[in-house]
Ligand binder design. Structure first.
Ligand code: IPE
Ligand code: IPE
Ligand code: MG
Length: 236
């Protein structure tokens, strides 16, 4: 598939099924997460090649903190490895990295590294890779309500200034277009607290493939399906 064939500007993915992938092979769940992290790199590369401008990946939800300490430690370890890995390819591909989510839940060294990567890639313009980490959409909306209320209280805005655009700017995803398509892998058909505000008019694709088995080819087939869809936004 060429860049011209792809009509997708913003792709959001719920990368699900790492645990089941490992369990099917008699491996510990951690091995599924490890393979899943490799697929993150492959799919980021594929998205850049396809000319996708925004790729938002659900890496860890606020609810995922409820998993066992062992599993959370594994995921945080993989995250550290990813953050400390060579960013040469990201820079060469002109990719900007952004993180969305509740940073105060994360360890200090991770938060520092995230800020550094965001600063180092801030001027890259071909693609934005947005990583949802310790992310929960309801929490994001509540935090946006707080920011908006503070602006009213300080007198910077009046209540009548609050509209869809202003409120969108209070979310972690400020200045990003809404996702055109949300893909969830692993056969689950739910949203799990992901981008609730932003997906108002997104298309959905639920794939049975487990995330560690997901490929560029699978992505291209889903984009072909997306390209056939008619989006009406309420119009006749
Ligand atoms: C997705 O895979 C990764 C995270 C949620 C961090 P899961 O770990 O949810 O895998 P399953 O759903 O148990 O197979
Ligand atoms: C959603 O997957 C979160 C991520 C993929 C990071 P989960 O596996 O945590 O979602 P539920 O619990 O099945 O809804
Ligand atoms: Mg899951």
């Amino acid at each position: 598939m060429s860049k011209e064939e792809n009509k997708l500007q913003h792709l959001a993915v719920i990368m699900d099924g790492n645990g089941r992938w490992a369990q099917k092979r008699g491996l510990p769940r951690s091995m599924g997460h490890r393979k899943g992290a490799e697929v993150v790199k492959e799919i980021t590369r594929a998205a850049a090649e396809l000319g996708i401008r925004y790729l938002t990946l659900y890496a860890f939800s606020t609810e995922n903190w409820k998993r066992s300490k062992d599993e959370v430690d594994t995921l945080m370890g993989l995250l550290r490895e990813y953050l400390k890995s060579d960013l040469k390819e990201i820079q060469e591909k002109n990719v900007r990295i952004r993180f969305i989510g509740e940073r105060d839940m994360l360890a200090g060294d991770i938060v520092e590294k995230m800020a550094q990567i965001e600063a180092d890639t801030a001027n890259n313009t071909d693609m934005t890779l947005c990583i949802a980490l310790s992310y929960g959409s309801r929490q994001e909306i509540v935090s946006a309500v707080r920011k908006t209320a503070a602006l009213v209280k300080s007198g910077d805005i009046s209540i009548n200034d609050i509209d869809v655009e202003l409120f969108s700017d209070m979310l972690y995803t400020q200045n990003m277009p809404d996702p055109d398509l949300v893909i969830r892998t692993s056969g689950e058909r739910r949203i799990s607290n992901y981008l609730l505000w932003q997906i108002a008019y997104s298309e959905f694709y639920f794939s049975d493939i487990l995330w560690p088995d997901f490929t560029k080819e699978a992505l291209e087939n889903i984009i072909k399906d997306f390209n056939q869809r008619e989006r009406r936004y309420g119009k006749a």
